[in-house]
Ligand binder design. Structure first.
Ligand code: PMP
Length: 412
């Protein structure tokens, strides 16, 4: 039975769904940029609506999702273990492959121990919920990823949120908190929309001064920045000072899943107590094998990290020289701020028609009036790809009155 809006009573719990017209409005204007089905991809290019466009909006930083060695690793393990684990790690869902991956990641990150989760989202949500209890306080950056926010909401701890990267406010909150409470500061290592690196030295200083612990979500940092790709803390040579570091496999590691590294006792506690770990099926074998191979390639082919850094700098500088506002990007995540939501969708559409796929991000993903297109780069983008992306930005930026010919922004 299908209801129409007029059949739905105001107190029907579904009323909000029948009132939700925003997406339809934007679709009717031909500007809807979301849920675009990709028909095929080789990583750097994708087929959409039967056309080939350059992918400049993926988190496939090392370009490994279509690497023949990674694909072969996934295929080979399916023959031995099948396609799924059909149970949680706690019960029937632990494979020797999971243990091998946990050991290799702990080694790679120079930490005692590692626990895997089935997604990056579950990793942060599950770990924060578990480690922060009723008598504890979580200090969380306001721009932290949604899974950290969820973790704080489902935990029994008190949460104090500080303005993005505002160390003075964090200090004030730490001072204000009950001295006897357990304290943990949680921050993205690289912020997913701005591409900014967290102020790790300041976070470490504060956590030491106030007897707190420090947790970094390095989803966009491991396999991207730092010594051998070890993430945000390693860019400051501060790996030993960070108590817990999480990562995801859905970006550099070309798969799906997540992990947390830290001291043995803390990891064992989370392994045995996190609902997200215990009550959810474990990573399928092909996903684990993909990560094992990607980790090996990351360590052997260091040119990938060098190339990523080189092209990120090139793209950031080139976009800036054209007059675009790239916010505070320091990594391969390079946002281009457009402003209004509709203008952002128009810009997205122009780029798509010019053969470039990026991500449109509008409030609440970013503050009001700061809608942006998020671009991100891969070690496997060729110079030709990059120059075609830049040409498209120049053309659409000029056509839509966002930049002028002399490299100036025309936005207020
Ligand atoms: N943390 C951050 C900072 C992220 O950007 C994301 C996803 N984009 C996640 C965690 C969740 O990871 P996943 O998509 O692998 O579940």
């Amino acid at each position: 039975m299908t209801n129409s809006k007029s059949d739905v009573k105001a107190n029907d719990i579904f009323a909000k769904a029948y009132d939700f017209t925003k997406a339809e409005e934007i679709k009717s204007e031909g500007l809807y940029p979301y849920f675009k089905p990709l028909q095929a991809t080789d990583g750097t290019t994708v087929q959409i609506d039967g056309r080939e466009v350059i992918m400049a909006g993926s988190n496939n930083y090392l370009g490994l999702t279509n690497d023949p060695r990674v694909i072969k690793a996934a295929r080979d393990v399916i023959k031995v273990y099948g396609t799924g684990c059909t149970g949680s790690r706690y019960l029937n869902g632990t494979l020797d492959l999971h243990l091998e991956l946990e050991e290799k990641l702990a080694d790679f990150m120079n930490k005692d121990a590692c626990v895997l989760f089935s997604t990056g989202y579950q990793t942060n949500e599950g770990a924060i919920q578990t480690i922060a209890g009723r008598k504890d306080v979580i200090f969380s950056d306001k721009d932290n990823h949604a899974c950290i926010v969820t973790g704080t909401l489902v935990s029994n701890a008190k949460t104090m949120r500080f303005r993005h990267n505002d160390m003075e406010q964090l200090e004030k909150l730490l001072k204000r908190a009950d001295e006897k409470a357990g304290k943990i500061i949680v921050s993205d290592g690289v912020f997913s929309m701005s591409g900014t690196i967290a102020k790790v030295p300041e976070l470490v200083e504060l956590k030491n001064r106030f007897d707190a612990r420090l947790y970094l979500d390095d989803a966009h940092a491991i396999g991207v920045i730092g010594d051998k790709g070890r993430g945000s803390a390693s860019t400051f040579d501060l790996m030993d000072e960070v108590d817990l570091i999480s990562g995801t496999f859905s970006k550099s590691f070309a798969s799906l899943g997540g992990f947390l590294v830290g001291d043995q006792e803390v990891i064992e506690f989370i392994r045995h107590n996190s609902p997200a770990h215990i009550f959810s099926a474990s990573m399928p074998p092909a996903n684990v094998a993909t990560v094992l191979k990607a980790l090996e390639i990351l360590q052997e082919e260091t040119w990938r990290l060098d190339r990523l850094q080189e092209i990120s700098d090139y793209m950031r500088n080139s976009l800036q020289d054209m007059g675009f506002n790239v916010w505070s990007s320091q990594t391969p995540i390079i946002p281009v701020v457009i402003g209004g939501m509709k203008d952002c969708f128009q810009f997205w559409k122009g780029l798509f028609e010019a053969g470039v796929y990026v991500n449109a991000v509008v409030p609440p993903g970013v503050p009001q009036g700061q809608s942006l297109v998020r671009t991100s780069y891969m070690a496997t983008h060729t110079d030709d790809h990059l120059n075609r992306i830049l040409e498209a930005f120049r053309k659409v930026g000029l056509d839509q009155g966002i930049i002028d010919q002399n490299g100036h922004s025309l936005l207020d």
